[in-house]
Design a protein around this ligand. Sequence first.
Ligand code: IPM
Ligand code: MN
Length: 332
Amino acid sequence: MASTYRVGVVRGDGIGLEVIDEGLKVIEAAGVTLDTIDYDLGGARYLRDGTILPDSVLDEWRGLDAIYLGAVGTPGVPPGVIERGLLLKMRFELDLFVNQRPFVDAAKGIDFIVIRENTEGTYAGEGGFLRKGTPHEVATQGSVNTRMGVERCVRYAFDLARTPARRGHLTMVHKTNVLTFAGDLWERTFNEVHAADYAEVPTAYNHVDAACIYFVEDPQRYDVIVTDNLFGDILTDLGGAVTGGIGFAASGNLNPARTGPSMFEPVHGSAPDIAGQNKANPTAAILSGAMMLDFLGEPAAADRIRAACAASMSGEITGSTTSVGEQIAARL
Ligand code: IPM
Ligand code: MN
């Protein structure tokens, strides 16, 4: 008998509600049974009763197999409240230290994965204000990089590059010529881990500004990329833009140590401008669902979903949110 997985579902806000339903529809059509538990969280919930992410919910999540999230964010909530209080709290508290974002455009021969460090860097929340609101105001926001945090992420990327599904090449992206403290720690960690345990893996290094040019002019050069949290955030939007658009960009926020659930979400946001109109492309959410199945140990179903999504990425499948979901489900 097939296993049942306990999955927390956060549809969230805006198009998140629409795209996750299509993802769940496709997973069911692929023959995988999920025992889903809905969590009404996000900007709309916050505006309604002030709830962001209670510790009791986090504790429930620790016992789940995975979390599937649509998108969070609503106009009317100040920037940072939901991002820090829900999404980043989830990444930090559940120790989702790898943010894995694959980019594929078969027609152009593009196939690379960005491994973004997901718990440190400028996202760590270090810093603060001095004399806030006065003419002498000071604001600092430091980048926190630990040897342990960088090393576990770099090791994950090397392991991934070595899997048979990849082409066996790893590029580190940073800005070592200017960020001489953080970049130095990253560079030494990368080189030491490489020499000690992955000497056979060919590697490269790109500064992040140069990587932006290569993403546009020669993305075929990349197989696996490992980079810091903020560089990874920016580069993966660019990655989406050069591989058919953010409507196809999937992600997994992974706890590879499996001390708790991992979380899967499309890279795109809640898109309030098109919410509720059955217009959003659900492919990124569906592909994120496939990543979730990979992680749950259902790679055959995940492969079938990815194959069906190729027709959406090539433009063969188009239409409303629900229609694209149905057409993908029908191809499984
Ligand atoms: C992403 C998003 C988030 C991030 C925001 C919403 C906090 O842009 O997942 O890429 O910056 O990590
Ligand atoms: Mn982003």
